[in-house]
Design a protein around this ligand. Sequence first.
Ligand code: CDP
Ligand code: CDP
Ligand code: CDP
Length: 225
Amino acid sequence: MKKLAIAIDGPAGAGKSSVSKLLAKALGYTYLDTGAMYRAVTYEVMKKGLTDKGEIAHMAEGLNMEVAPGEESMHVLIDGEDITACLRTPEVSARVSEIAAIGGVRTAMVTLQRKIACKGGIILDGRDIGTVVLPDADLKIFLTASVKKRAERRFEEFRSKYPDIRLDEVEKEIETRDWKDSHREVSPLRPAEDAVLVDNSDITLEETAQLLMGMAEKKENGNGK
Ligand code: CDP
Ligand code: CDP
Ligand code: CDP
């Protein structure tokens, strides 16, 4: 059976990371959350107080970043220190699109992503996986859902941690980030020409995973081109 490289792209809150985790578990593959890598760079930028784009790119190029699989989410280590808990905060979310638009930052992260992906039996999720990181991926999915549904899903996730959070604020945050990610010059968010478009606004996470699982199994068995 062929060990695949699977690319899952799409906007914020579409279900990419949840679906990728389920698929990786079912297929016995490694899951790489590339969004967490851009969040880690953003966290370091904020910690170090960097403002100059050239300096930020230079810092990203020299960053000692390691990733490790985890139960809940992928872990990111910088100089051996686990910073995973610092990555999905409103502060990082508010700045990540700006940092991820810097060419030098992307080159550094894409190099690392390809190094990790070269083994096969991998699932990468992000914004530019099918278009830039793995243009030859065996299966490319562009996962999306209505902005309303995506905001509701994120709101449910954040409510316990941030009791004051408002649905309209969450919706605005993801709309702003999607606009920035789709309109940047380098590697904008868009479906690859050969990606399968999956809108999961009206199906559950499990149903979405089942659908993608079917596509992956066909590819593993050498058909479904
Ligand atoms: O999980 P969520 O959709 O909120 O975001 P994420 O996947 O953690 O990605 C955070 C941000 O990183 C995105 O809004 C993009 O600006 C950037 N990103 C990117 O530019 N390219 C990728 N391959 C992955 C993420
Ligand atoms: O990674 P991305 O930002 O695309 O989304 P996610 O963090 O995987 O998913 C956001 C939330 O939506 C999670 O709590 C999922 O369980 C939920 N979800 C859902 O309720 N129904 C779906 N069809 C897909 C995801
Ligand atoms: O030689 P093999 O294809 O087994 O390994 P590789 O060239 O290191 O790439 C592993 C997988 O990553 C390939 O199957 C491609 O799907 C993907 N890849 C890609 O799409 N684009 C690249 N520039 C590098 C790798």
